[in-house]
Design a protein around this ligand. Sequence first.
Ligand code: MSP
Length: 651
Amino acid sequence: MDKKTFYITTPIYYPSDKLHIGHSYTTVAADAMARFKRLKGYDVHFLTGTDEHGQKIERRAIEAGSEPQVFVDEVVAWIKKLWSILDISYDDFIRTSEPRHKLSVQKMFQKYYEQGDIYKSKYEGWYCTPCEAFWTERQLDAGSCPDCKRPVELLAEESYFFKMSRYAGRLMEYIDKNPDFIQPASRKNEMINNFLKPGLEDLCVSRTTFKWGIPVPFDEGHIIYVWLDALSNYITALGYASEDEEKLNRYWPADVQLIGKEIVRFHTIYWPIFLMALGLELPKKVFGHGWLLLDEGKMSKSKGNVIDPVVLVDRYGSDAIRYFLLREIPFGADGSFSEEALVLRLNFDLANDLGNLLNRTLAMLEKYFQGNVPQPGDEDKHDEELKQAALTLPARMEGLMDQLQFSGALAELWKFIGNANKYIDDTAPWALAKSGRQERLATVMYNLLECIRIVSVLLQPYMPRTPQKIWQQLGIAGIKETQSWESLSKFGVFPAGVKTSPGEVLFPRLELTGEGGAPVRQATKKDKPQLQSAPDGDKNEDTGLVSIEEFSRLDLRVARIITAERIEGADKLLKLKVDLGSEERQVVAGIAKHYLPEQLVEKRVLFVANLKPAKLRGILSEGMLLAASDSSGRLVLTTTEEAVAPGSKVR
Ligand code: MSP
């Protein structure tokens, strides 16, 4: 039987300047989706490309003292390099300056003309060159472009017009009958109320005052309007009106077209009408995601507030950047970018949750089984819960991915990582080892390895490099059947007898400035990590309350104090060594006025394990003891009522 197909597109990018991290957002999301569907076994076609024509590009080339074609060739080469750095696995890259595209667009234009959709007249009105958009006097916002707020130019030139009104009724009907067509729903309402209901005006689809574009086939002085040219890429890349329409037949209509919210109008009004006029089906879903913002608003070259993705990838690695983009902001909503939020996210989720699960498990396996994966033995109640969570995880993630909730899908995956970390605390392998319960210990270790394997398989779409590294350490890099979607339908696929090889720490804890380098952009106070806003909803108001999710980002543990000593020249500080179960840490605590060092040894205290490391009096401190202070200034350490195992989670 033929595989099910899945066609996904990104917008095609203007090669006018280097792309910033905001541009990478759409493409990383599309890539994660394409990889997810490939993992599921779909025949995926993932298209991206460049939108090379129009007045804006022509002007940029002139400013750069270059010919447009030479100018775009250089920028396009850079864009392709960026996609390769970010591991974007596109199946096709279309350039609108390619003959395959130009010929198809000319045939399309001819067809429209012949069937009476296009007529010649004169355009008198406003034009925004940065947006390449026509506006009427009434639509302007205080004399400027209502979308980008930049100045508009007055045009008066002979043009061809497309009779949009011919198709407006059919489009309304289609939108009504297909509630999933425009997503999120708020964008759909905006299109209906602001554009369709007031009535569509005929659209100017050719220009005569510049040359860089596709000529109208029957009237060479006219250049086809760049948005008609650009939107067509989604079908010209599939061979529309060429000798070979095999791909068009196989993949059209697109399953998902991802775009930023500012170009929803072009994709949900013009584009479907152009398709209807060709007698083609409409895309199944057009999703307008939100923007990546900085303090100053949307990132843009003209505001000089762009963040260079190449610098970020260089500093943190492409998997980490991809993870942040997909996890931090619910797709659909706007979200803030700051390097501080990035570092926090990486430290909490990658270094702490995932990194610790892997490191603790491999370290214990080394200690108790010399790194050899044992056959599972005795079962108990904790195992059933864990297995249930593992077996239901893929479907839960798939459901969220189908709604393009990348962040939600990753949150599910991390919930499961949390379950596995909790399983360590609940089963206390160190206690099993101490009491000689070897069979039970074997089961616990086996189950943990199986959980890490499951996590790594599901991580592939989002962080394509990390799973390979995990498999190396788990000893299953060459065993393909442990890495597939099918391998998730059973718990217990991990081959016993394999020897693991713990290696480099995959996610070291990070400092904001990175290794020796200056920050990409100095974080300011206003850059505080953003609270998550609901998809397509308003930002959370700062009520001073924390959600359970925010609270759970604190990694609170029980620490056993091993040693304590005074620090010369610091009368308030003590240097402590603490035991956290799977590791030892050094901390500097401001308790010297309240405790003698010898009083502290063997105390079990509550401990913040994921506090950013800091140096006090030149001594590294990795974590913090919790203490209560009353109004008299007395400080009392918060100890546990009973002797709980070091490293136990506090919740
Ligand atoms: N060339 C047109 C698209 C034509 S599609 C037929 C275009 N190009 S663009 O290079 O300006 O933008 C490409 C995509 O990047 C758009 O979807 C846009 O929304 C997205 N982004 C640009 N800046 C962005 C942010 N700061 N945040 C998120 N996405 C942003 O538009």
